[in-house]
Design a protein. Structure first.
Length: 334
């Protein structure tokens, strides 16, 4: 269990301070042999997924430095493989981008190319935010919402939530949407990286490449995947008629008061875009950074006549280092 927790948290390259270091040190003092450390090393820094798609170099350096410190505190014999791995890392040059790999509760993995900076190219959409992880975990636990249905994700960023749903929930069709050119390009690369190929209806300016690795297993239904360029402020009802979503989802899209009106207008258009006349289901995951902005969104929903309800919070998390009380999922009744 300890090794698994190290592996999950390391491959996602998040929150180094939250690793179970005290527990590791206690285990090493009780049994100061190299087997536990070697097991952790080969399931983190030397894991095949990490070697092929490496997390940030500085992150791996910090991780190995901490691992060596814990090992040296036990007065055990030096472990050459630890020092050799660190020396190799110190010779690497840091890249402006990196890979992050996430193990889902089902055992599937999602690997993404992301920016190292929270804001890059004039957008925050080139990194994965906590609400996307939270929404993906909720989706895995409620897969019936997505199975054999058409799902539209608004503001999908680099694609974590959608790829996780495609790998675990067996949707019939999944539509990733965003409006920033850099995000759309990186999103498409990540979709390919995980073994899916955007269909012919995807944004025309994005070039498709050969299928990557990591697709869902042969026994799983492979969904049709589409990338759509959607600007909430200018999209027309006619454009939305081609999408016909059964389910709409979004994560971390209400952080700015200025986009709330455009988002609600988009939801209103989507509520009447289906051929059968039935509105789609809608779920919005958020990290509440500014309560005023979050409450403004709820107030604007009320003003637009869109009913909403707060879904029960999760009691544990496999993707987040700690379950955060400011993470929520709202169901909107369009």
């Amino acid at each position: 269990d300890l090794v698994l927790r190290f592996q999950r948290r390391f491959l996602a390259a998040r929150h180094l301070r939250s690793f179970p270091w005290p527990e590791l040190e206690q285990n090493l003092r009780a049994s100061p042999d190299s087997s536990l450390l070697l097991d952790i090393l080969h399931k983190t820094v030397l894991h095949p997924l990490c070697v092929k798609y490496p997390p940030p170099s500085k992150y791996r350096q910090c991780f190995l430095t901490q691992l060596i410190k814990k090992h040296e505190a036990t007065a055990a014999e030096p472990l050459d493989e630890l020092y050799e791995s660190l020396a190799e890392l110190l010779r690497e040059e840091e890249s402006p981008a990196c890979y992050k790999s996430y193990f889902l509760p089902t055992g599937e993995s999602v690997t993404l190319s992301e920016s190292l900076a929270m804001i890059s190219g004039g957008t925050t959409g080139l990194v994965t935010w906590d609400a996307a992880l939270h929404l993906a975990e909720w989706a895995v636990e409620n897969s019936v919402v997505f199975t054999n249905r058409t799902v539209l994700e608004l503001g999908c960023g680099v694609g974590f939530t959608g790829i996780a749903i495609c790998k675990t929930c067996r949707p019939k069709r999944y539509i990733f949407s965003d409006c920033h050119p850099c995000v759309l390009h990186q999103l498409t690369q990540n979709i390919l990286l995980n073994g899916f190929i955007p269909g012919p209806d995807s944004a025309p300016h994005i070039q498709r490449e050969s299928q990557g690795e990591g697709a869902a297993g042969p026994s799983c239904q492979i969904p049709q995947v589409m990338v759509a360029e959607l600007d909430w402020g200018s999209v027309t009802q006619r454009q939305l008629l081609n999408l016909q979503p059964d389910v709409i989802i979004a994560a971390d899209v209400i952080y700015d008061p200025e986009i709330i009106v455009a988002l609600i207008g988009m939801l209103q258009k989507l509520s009447t875009c289906r051929a059968d006349g039935n509105p789609p289901e809608a779920y919005i995951a958020s990290t509440i950074r500014n309560p005023d902005t979050y409450h403004l969104f709820q107030a604007q929903l009320d003003k637009a006549g869109i009913r909403w309800q707060l879904l029960p919070a999760r009691s544990s998390s496999a993707l987040l280092s700690d379950l955060q009380p400011n993470l929520t999922v709202l169901q909107l009744l369009l």
